[in-house]
Design a protein around this ligand. Sequence first.
Ligand code: HEC
Ligand code: HEC
Ligand code: HEC
Ligand code: HEC
Ligand code: HEC
Length: 289
Amino acid sequence: MLKRFVILGSLVGLGFLISFGIARAIDPPHNFSGDICGNCHMLHNSPGGSLTKNADVNNLCIGCHSSSGTASNKPFDPADQAGPGVSGTSHSWTGAMPATSSQNNQYGLRAYADLTNAELKARLATFCVKDAGGNCVTYKVACPVCHNPHSQSVTPWDPTSPQTYTFGVTNGRHMQRMANDLNQMCEDCHFYRVQTHTTVEGPGDGIKVFSHPVGQKLSANSKGYDRAAPLDVNGAPQSGARFATDGTGETNPTNNLVFDGSSPDNMVRCLTCHRVHYTDSNSLSIHQP
Ligand code: HEC
Ligand code: HEC
Ligand code: HEC
Ligand code: HEC
Ligand code: HEC
């Protein structure tokens, strides 16, 4: 009963906002002119969750984010989705979360019930696959699980993203659902991939799916395996706070490894090696092997 009341309440709220045209802050580049909300929402008989226009919310996004849409410079095609070691240039936007948490999950994923971020959980529930009784049976990742199409307020990983965000003015913040500057979003779902120098060397912690450590600094870490700075293809050390820019004049930024902004320690994170979209290799790593 309480649940039904809350859902009804939020739908009435949405209708109110749209029909009375009350300005809800919506950030560029999604603040198109004209019927801003109507680009994505419809008030009556809407086929999608949160009164969105498409039964499959990914089709709403791809409607513009395609080679023939208004966001043709950021296109997505369902065939772009990655299968590890097979093909693909983008993180999956249809893959299912596992029903139970297990360290043996191929992707290191844990179940919906065990995620910690309330925003991620709320959107996984909005776009879940339901049974006849309306209960979620499968939780699937989707574009607006990871992205908030209304807001650019939280910080992404991308070192070229503007560091000082001015509400409603600055683009390039990638509209993240939650802050991902330390890859918090990746780590919440891919929980069993979050390993330290110590856990990868085991044994004793019960974690068996060994993975490259994250949250470790390169320079003067406790293991002593690593260079102080990674090398560029020309053999010179990469430079710059996050190794994103190369002071030696090397002009190919795509071969730079980027570390997090936890200066001075600048740690290895998932996105040091992986990219989310528009990769040039499978398993979403930065380069072809
Ligand atoms: C680019 C597409 C897009 C535009 C433009 C857009 N929305 Fe949304 N909106 C979505 C999607 C997708 C969801 C469901 C996912 C979510 O909750 O973020 C949503 C959810 C909502 C919700 C329910 C969840 C919440 O955040 O409270 C409200 C209310 C809402 N939108 C209002 C608006 C209003 C008002 C406008 C116009 C000022 C607008 N939206 C413009 C895509 C859009
Ligand atoms: C698993 C989470 C996830 C899913 C699913 C996802 N994205 Fe992303 N997306 C991200 C992250 C994280 C970034 C920012 C990467 C960074 O900071 O370097 C991003 C960046 C982007 C960008 C900016 C890319 C650029 O090069 O400027 C666009 C556009 C985008 N996503 C659209 C989409 C669309 C459309 C979908 C669905 C078809 C989608 N995303 C699905 C996580 C996701
Ligand atoms: C009505 C058209 C339209 C729809 C629908 C739409 N987008 Fe966009 N989106 C755009 C345009 C235009 C841009 C700007 C592209 C550019 O200039 O690089 C953009 C940019 C983005 C960016 C990059 C923002 C930045 O500054 O880095 C993300 C992320 C994004 N969209 C996600 C989504 C998601 C997720 C959905 C579905 C919920 C969606 N979009 C639906 C038109 C749309
Ligand atoms: C909301 C949960 C969620 C988040 C957040 C998330 N992932 Fe995933 N990820 C998945 C799911 C589900 C799959 C499995 C897709 C499938 O079954 O093919 C996956 C698959 C992958 C794969 C294997 C290739 C593929 O797409 O199938 C890689 C690599 C990956 N994720 C990296 C990341 C990184 C890096 C981040 C942070 C930017 C991230 N993921 C954020 C749920 C998530
Ligand atoms: C030191 C670089 C590096 C780091 C850091 C890293 N990965 Fe990977 N990851 C790779 C490479 C390379 C592959 C491809 C392995 C292969 O094809 O056998 C991969 C494969 C994967 C896969 C595909 C499944 C598989 O085993 O092939 C997933 C999922 C994944 N990584 C998630 C993550 C997540 C989540 C993080 C952060 C917690 C992370 N990775 C950190 C380099 C890295």
